[in-house]
Write a protein that binds this ligand. Structure first.
Ligand SMILES: [Zn+2]
Length: 478
């Protein structure tokens, strides 16, 4: 072991620990450690970089303990991951090939990762009160940094594997190309190590680190995906917040379906972020009726378990007058993704209150139902041209029924392919949708749409049996 400084923990794990004498916690080859320097050097170790030092472990655990107490996670356990410095990973790989070092015992037989986790779990349990386990929805990742050997490590490997360190041309063209050691990643080290020859490994110099590792950590809980359906009873409430390129931005916070639902869930779960997705969207002045529109919400890093689904539904529906959520349940990420798939195939059913400039002819209206199914050619409507490219798309009307209300008004019921611009189908959008409803009833008349409601979005949602609503007792059950 000539030339290698080990801390007392690593030393203990190596056969022949007799080197440690007189209570010194660090053994050095040159014996130059002074009393004053001894404390500072006590974490110095060419193998673990001081990460196994009990005082260091206690400090890291205390930091984590404070964070856990301030963060309100209502869990009893966690999964621990440790990110070790790249230089340390390289050294462990080389140590394995160095029979000349005379390592035996735990250090030779147990991977460093296991020894490190073993060094931390007890202290973390004590500091946090949470049980370290292999399966939990709370993840604690501790990252240790020490980059003082990145350059020499890189130079060492570069001598034998020059082809592994070629900076991509794109990065070389940057005003300040990144240093070559930025290519030395954990994946790269492990890939090179598997091809490293023993005689090359013998040339590696185990210098002692002069800096302690810097540690940082992250606590994060697995996201929750919720699925449900929403109804919207207002003609003055958008599905999502106005964005800069939407017209007439009202800018009212909470003035949308997604904000109302998400604000509530965020408050209950103390999640960092909520992400709302829905199967399509209705215009602000269109009501969403029937069983509602399928939606999903992702809660990122939730701290608290959610109440039962029925309680959430009741509270949301009591809090907000213009929306109603139902069929709430937890789904997997893959299930939540179904919302974005097959968008074009979904059918939607609408009812519309329409006005005709010419007197309504009941016979013409009744004849409408025989004109479906029908394919339309729709150019991007004038009203959304600012946001969408100008294209012409075919869209299908599957069913069509109309009932007269009075001389100039009638009710229209349509089942269409998703993505059909219904308002434009009714009034024709200056000839940009062909045929239009006016074309079908009486090309001489003008027809306009006064009110539109979505009656049905045809998607089995939430996935599975939507009638068997089983509230999960603790909303976070995996
Ligand atoms: Zn050590």
């Amino acid at each position: 072991m000539a030339g290698m400084t080990l801390c007392s923990v690593c030393e203990r794990q190596v056969r022949g620990k007799a080197k440690v004498e007189g209570g010194a916690s660090t053994s050095t080859v040159d014996g130059a450690t002074t009393t004053a320097a001894a404390a500072a050097a006590s974490e110095a170790c060419a193998l673990c970089f001081g990460t196994l030092n009990p005082q260091f472990v206690a400090r890291v655990a205390a930091d984590v303990g404070r964070a856990v107490k301030n963060d309100f996670y209502d869990v009893k356990d966690f999964v621990l991951s440790l990110n070790m410095p790249v230089s340390l990973i390289l050294r462990e790989e080389i140590v394995k090939m160095r029979d000349d070092l005379g390592f035996a015992g735990t250090l030779a037989s147990v991977p460093f990762r296991i020894r490190a986790i073993d060094a931390y779990i007890g202290a973390l349990y004590e500091a946090t009160g949470l049980r370290p386990t292999k399966c939990s929805n709370l993840n604690l990742t501790i990252t240790f940094c020490n980059d003082e050997f990145l350059k020499p490590d890189c130079d060492f490997l570069l001598d034998h594997f020059p082809d592994e360190f070629i900076m991509p041309a794109k990065k070389m063209r940057l005003a300040e190309p990144p240093p070559i050691e930025s290519l030395l990643t954990k994946v790269k080290v492990l890939s090179i190590a598997s091809r490293l020859q023993a005689d090359v490994a013998k040339k590696f110099n185990f210098e002692t680190p002069t800096n302690n590792c810097v540690s940082s950590f992250e606590l994060s809980r697995d996201p929750i995906f919720l699925a449900g359906r929403y109804c919207k009873f207002s003609r003055n409430l958008p599905q999502s917040p106005w964005t800069a390129d939407d017209h007439a931005g009202s800018g009212i916070v909470g003035g949308s379906v997604s904000e109302q639902v998400c604000q509530f869930l965020k408050q209950k779960s103390l999640a960092d972020v909520t992400r709302f997705t829905a199967s399509g969207r209705e215009d602000i002045d269109v009501r969403m009726l029937g069983e509602g529109r399928p939606f999903a919400v992702q809660l990122v890093n939730p701290r608290k378990k959610l109440p039962e689904w029925s309680t959430i539904e009741q509270e949301i529906n009591r809090t907000f007058n213009d929306i109603r959520v139902s069929f709430l349940r937890q789904v997997t990420r893959a299930e939540a993704d179904i919302l974005k798939i097959g968008e074009e195939e979904k059918r939607k059913t609408y009812t519309a209150l329409c006005y005709s400039s010419k007197r309504v002819d009941p016979v013409m209206l009744a004849a409408l139902q025989n004109k479906a199914p029908l394919e339309l050619k729709q150019k991007t409507p004038v009203r959304v041209l600012k946001r969408r490219p100008l294209i012409e798309r075919p869209r299908n009307i599957f069913q069509m029924h109309a009932l007269p209300i009075d001389d100039h008004h009638f009710q229209l019921r349509l089942t269409t392919q998703a993505g059909t611009y219904v308002k434009e189908f009714v009034h024709g959008d200056f000839g940009r949708t062909r045929p239009s409803l006016a074309d079908l009833i009486d090309p001489e008349s003008e027809v306009d749409i006064l009110e539109l409601d979505v009656e049905m979005v045809d998607l089995e949602w939430p996935p599975g049996n939507i009638t068997a609503q089983q509230p999960v007792p603790n909303g976070l059950a995996k």
